[in-house]
Design a protein around this ligand. Structure first.
Ligand code: NAD
Length: 333
């Protein structure tokens, strides 16, 4: 099977590539046995893309890396030709950056997805897996979203992801393309660019610095280890029903304040290291996914308990300064 992974040099895409090539970041039981003949990574290597994320599989002869933009029709056409499956991770992914400037989000997330869909349609690609987010639903005070919930995104990031989800589903309905969409909660784990809350806080704390806590710290997120996310995507890619959306969650909801407490504890630091900052504009209060569909249909359940996952994640950042120090220095994160 020939698999194209867009954004495969990013945080989640690289875990997926490592998993496909036999170097997963956790127990791979329950992951469908797929024998890829080739895994092609198409990645622009933006600030968050990093070839070091693929170092554990760099010498695997099945890996092919193409540096290119998913918005470039010629590159996309060449790379999509002959693929059996496309797993589409490439995106601008940071909400705060989308508040500062929405243009790259609309370009990459909407136009880039459409460019890929057109190429997959032209070449008769077997299956197109579109990786999305719970943020497309907006915010929910109580209860949990099911996959049929109306989309009501609030940030330019989530609006651009909602646009790309709808396009992917439209290609299924209009052209009969084999498309599946996954929507997941907040990921954490190794190789995450140190601008997102977990790696930002952990690396600041390891450096003896402070961490910025938005608003009253009461915003609630469900936390999903990146390895569990990739297990869920693999299950959907393998056996998800065409044209369907599947939620992938981690099973532990925490307020940002509770998450901060756990990270402080894991890094042996106290609350004096926390600096309250003005809340993010339009900050969604709570996200919550109902994951019964993927559980019932495909047998997915998260395998990594949050405390264990955070302990492993903190240990990884402690042991891998050489990975994150240059990134922080370059980005001024
Ligand atoms: N991180 C999370 O918690 C989370 C949660 C829900 C959904 N998602 C989704 O998962 C996917 C991956 O997220 P991530 O956290 O790994 O992001 P990331 O920012 O770490 O990685 C994105 C990758 O896409 C590449 N890329 C960006 N623009 C590109 C373009 N125009 N052409 C080709 N490559 C391009 C980057 O170089 C990078 O390697 C995204 O679609 C995101 O919306 C992420």
């Amino acid at each position: 099977m020939r698999i194209l992974v867009t954004g495969g040099a990013g945080f989640i895409g690289s875990e997926y590539v490592r998993m496909l090539l036999g170097v997963p970041g956790g127990d791979a039981s329950g992951v469908p046995a797929v024998e890829p003949t080739t895994v092609t990574v198409l990645d622009k290597l933006t600030y968050s893309g990093n070839l070091d994320n693929l170092a554990p599989v760099r010498d695997d002869p099945r890996l092919r890396f193409v540096r290119g933009d998913i918005c470039d029709p010629a590159t996309v056409d060449e790379v999509v030709a002959g693929q059996d499956v496309v797993v589409h991770f490439a995106a601008e992914s940071h909400v705060d950056r989308s508040i500062e400037g929405a243009a790259p989000f609309v370009t990459t997330n909407v136009l880039g997805t459409q460019t890929l869909l057109d190429a997959a349609l032209r070449h008769g690609t077997g299956r197109f897996v579109h990786v999305s987010t719970d943020e497309v639903y907006g915010s929910i005070d109580s209860g949990s979203w099911t996959e049929t919930w109306p989309l009501a995104p609030n940030s330019p990031y989530s609006a651009s992801k909602a646009g790309s989800d709808l396009l992917a589903l439209a290609y299924h309905r209009t052209h009969g393309m084999d498309v599946v969409v996954t929507r997941c909660s907040n990921n954490y784990g190794p190789y995450q660019f140190p601008e997102k809350v977990v790696p930002l806080f952990v690396t600041n704390l390891l450096d003896g610095g402070t961490v910025p806590l938005y608003g009253d710290g009461g915003n609630i997120r469900d936390w999903l280890h990146v390895h569990d996310h990739c297990r869920g995507i693999a299950m959907v890619a393998h056996a998800g029903r065409s044209g369907e959306v599947y939620h992938i969650g981690g099973g532990t909801e925490l307020s940002n304040k509770e998450l901060t407490g756990r990270l402080l504890e894991a890094c042996d630091a106290g609350w004096d290291r926390v600096v309250p900052v003005a809340d993010r504009k339009g900050h969604d209060r709570r996200y919550s996914l109902d994951i019964s569909k993927i559980n019932t249909e495909l047998g997915y359940a998260p395998s990594i308990d949050l405390d264990e996952g955070l302990t492993r994640t903190v240990a990884w950042y402690r042991d891998n300064r050489a990975w994150w120090e240059p990134l922080k220095k370059a980005s001024g994160a």
